[in-house]
Design a protein around this ligand. Structure first.
Ligand code: GRF
Length: 199
């Protein structure tokens, strides 16, 4: 199976995924890394691993769908079977989702359905919850709402700062995202409505 990662930021999840591919923990080909941000450090992680990269500039397109059409065109060139969003700061269009139904994975830094959207870690920290975490899910039209593949809880200690909580959540992300991708690649996930059954 071939996959691509779409990332907009520092790319620590991408790095964990690259390492999992290199160690054989994920038995699939990471064919390309695309970004909507020219300076995303994720692109640097990809270059270091000699994975083809592309920066696709949203400013070159009128709207979300025409941008996504360009992205999907590139994905087709690389014969991509499934797509992994790793800190990709854009909503994907219905067109994109229709091209890869149940084949787009995303990671979110909270225990969904809690704290959807931007700044999830800050929202959790400010709200005073004792437990938060991270979630890998299938991407559907509604943001941060698709069938959940894996979640890992993270304890919020009274002495945690926002930064220490963020760090714990990122570490949990780096554990569950490669695991979820491996399950997906091995055909171990059966999606039934809102539920994912791990076979
Ligand atoms: C992660 O916290 C992920 O959950 C969210 O964006 C962040 C990306 O971090 N969607 P990185 O670029 O992988 O370091």
């Amino acid at each position: 199976m071939n996959f691509a990662v779409l990332a907009s930021g520092r790319g620590s999840n991408l790095k964990a995924i690259i390492e999992a591919v290199q160690s054989g923990a994920i038995k699939a080909h990471l064919k390309a890394v695309f970004s909507d941000k020219k300076d995303a450090y994720a692109l640097e992680h990809a270059r270091r691993a000699q994975i083809p990269t592309a920066f696709i500039n949203p400013k070159d397109f009128h709207d979300r769908e025409s941008f996504d059409r360009a992205v999907v065109e590139r994905l087709h060139e690389f014969k991509i079977d499934f797509v992994v969003l790793a800190g990709y700061m854009r909503l994907v269009s219905d067109y994109f989702i229709e091209q890869y139904p149940d084949k787009i994975l995303n990671i979110h830094p909270s225990l969904l359905p809690e704290f959807k959207g931007m700044h999830a870690i800050k929202k959790a920290f400010d709200s005073g919850v004792a437990v938060t975490g991270c979630t890998v899910h299938i991407v559907v039209r509604e943001m941060d709402s698709g069938p959940i593949i894996l979640q890992e809880p993270v304890q919020v200690d009274p002495k945690d700062s926002f930064e220490s909580l963020e760090e714990k959540i990122h570490q949990a992300e780096h554990r569950i995202y490669p695991k979820a991708i491996d399950l997906f690649v091995r055909g171990k996930l059966k999606i039934e409505g809102r539920k994912v059954i791990v076979l």
